[in-house]
Design a protein around this ligand. Structure first.
Ligand code: NAD
Length: 487
């Protein structure tokens, strides 16, 4: 009983007010395996209330100037930044990522998302054409869509949630957002800053709960004409079906099975350091993480030896340990799923060169119930094996040799996904040839995860529909109309 009282209890944020629910979901600290937080288990009732609040706030918010909206967004960014360390600690505890990653990536990027769209919204122009022979001119006008439904995953909680909220409200929409039920804390903390930032009640509503209840209620709500979703390909299929009868606008950012292609002329030192990072950052729980590494045969043995040495130095530890490179996986189920892939690989005749289970004695006693595993490298897999075809979304990467450019392009493209690819070569001609042929929304050459938010982000094939970025998000979160004037 005493323990119950110490649990953090979140509330929905609807119409500028914190509202409790009747039932709650347990949320676990991935680094201890213990329940530490109660998340509202919202359903139709709460989602409907949030949609009503968003509808009521829409006329005023959408009629503000973009400069006024921008000022409020910048204030919210400043406030999050002024509470940086609280957000950093909370994100690390909730998700299992290292505090170092939350401090250098997650929270600064969440702040930047607001600042970026607050600025970018002021730089768009619309088109105008002339038809002098008919005395006509045409121009386009863009208007906000209405109430935007935003659904985000657990791997980069505040980062990906604000990547949706910021462009949506910058364009004049009001929103109902549903973060992942496994990582809701930083979204709730952000709600506490809305009033001081001057966000009018009802502009940003956050409803917590599961996908099957709160998520489905949002997708199926007739007054939510637009859904921006980041998550798994399987959930996306469900969302497509559920929203089809309403003709909803959809943006879907989904899973990946991202290849790194390493040619013999690559700078191996830089390539190995970056590929360890691209495979294992955030416990491999980033949609852009490398999970298939193709290495040209002439440098395969050397690459593998040095890559494994570097991987063994990647320290797994308590997320608050400043020397840890990797923290805990998100949940018991997810850890079992990821380990299950390693087991399948062994059954399929592959070898684990390093990694998998962790020596519990290397972890402080209070963290021994946490969901830890070592960064794992697998070799000897066939192209059609589960580990080469399916998204594992954990610290597991597969290394495979190849001989020719044509062969590796075919292999890299031989999966259902097409999110990102990484290319390592000093040959500029090859970069152009290969990048063009890769079935992938993003191609990084001699680097990984270098992003300019102005440019399109998103995947092809089963990795998604639509793009996000300055222009792309602006187009998604607005409706365009062509107006013709005869003069
Ligand atoms: P998920 O699909 O299980 O859940 C994502 C969100 O959808 C959560 O908020 C969840 O509650 C909600 N949801 C689940 N079922 C729903 C339903 N029936 N209706 C409405 N909402 C529902 O994904 P996850 O496990 O949280 O995240 C991991 C996945 O996300 C991976 O596949 C990863 O690759 C992908 N991802 C993609 C990107 C990208 O930008 N492409 C970024 C991050 C993560």
């Amino acid at each position: 009983m005493e323990k119950q009282n110490t649990l953090l209890e979140l509330q929905n944020y609807i119409g500028g007010t914190f509202i409790s629910t009747r039932s709650y979901i347990d949320s676990f600290d991935p680094s201890t395996g213990k329940v530490y937080c109660k998340v509202p288990d919202s359903g139709h009732e709460e989602v409907s209330a949030a949609v009503e609040a968003a509808k009521a706030a829409f006329p005023l918010w959408s009629s503000k100037t973009s400069q006024d909206r921008s000022t409020i967004m910048c204030k919210l960014a400043d406030l999050i930044e002024s509470h940086m360390e609280e957000f950093v600690q909370a994100e690390s505890k909730d998700q299992g990522k290292t505090v170092g990653l939350a401090r250098t990536v997650d929270i600064p990027r969440s702040v930047y998302n607001f600042r970026f769209f607050a600025s970018s919204i002021q730089h768009h122009t619309t088109e105008c054409t002339q038809m002098d022979h008919l005395n006509c001119m045409h121009y386009t006008v863009r208007t906000p869509v209405g109430v935007a439904g935003l659904i985000s995953p657990w791997n980069l909680p505040l980062y990906l949630l604000t990547w949706k909220i910021a462009p949506a409200i910058a364009c004049g929409n009001t929103v109902v957002a549903k973060p992942s039920e496994m990582t809701s804390v930083t979204a709730w903390m952000m709600c506490k800053l809305m009033d001081e930032a001057g966000v009018p009640p009802g502009v940003i509503n956050i409803v917590f709960g599961t996908g099957s209840k709160a998520g489905e209620a949002l997708v199926g709500h007739p007054d939510v004409p637009l859904i921006s979703f980041t998550g798994s390909t399987v959930t996306a299929q469900h969302i497509i079906e559920k929203s089809a009868p309403f003709y909803k606008k959809l943006s879907l950012e989904l899973g990946g099975k991202n290849p790194a292609i390493i040619f013999e002329d690559a700078d191996l030192k830089e390539c190995i350091a970056t590929t360890v990072r691209s495979s294992f950052t955030n416990q491999g729980e980033i949609c852009l993480c490398t999970s298939r590494i193709y290495v040209q045969s002439s440098v395969y043995e050397e690459f593998l030896k040095r890559f494994v040495e570097a991987t063994r130095k990647w320290k797994v530890g308590n997320p608050s340990d400043p020397t840890a490179s990797m923290g805990a996986l998100i949940s018991q189920n997810h850890l079992a799923k990821v380990k299950g892939y390693v087991k399948k690989a062994l059954e399929e005749g592959a070898s684990v060169v390093c990694g998998e289970g962790i020596d519990v004695l290397s972890i402080p006693p209070e963290h021994r119930g946490g969901y830890f595993m070592l960064p794992t490298v697998i070799v000897g897999l066939k192209e059609d094996s589960c580990c080469m075809q399916e998204e594992i979304f954990g610290p597991v990467t597969c290394v495979v040799p190849f001989d020719s450019e044509e062969e590796v392009i075919e292999k890299a493209n031989g999966v259902k996904y097409g999110l990102s690819a990484t290319l390592w070569t000093r040959d500029v001609g090859r970069v152009h040839r290969v990048a063009k042929k890769l079935q992938s929304g993003l191609v990084w050459t001699n680097c990984w995860l270098v992003r300019d938010l102005n440019l399109p982000f998103g995947g092809i094939k089963a990795s998604g529909v639509g793009r996000e970025g300055a222009k792309d998000s602006y187009e998604f979160f607005t409706e365009v109309k062509t107006v013709t004037i005869k003069h």
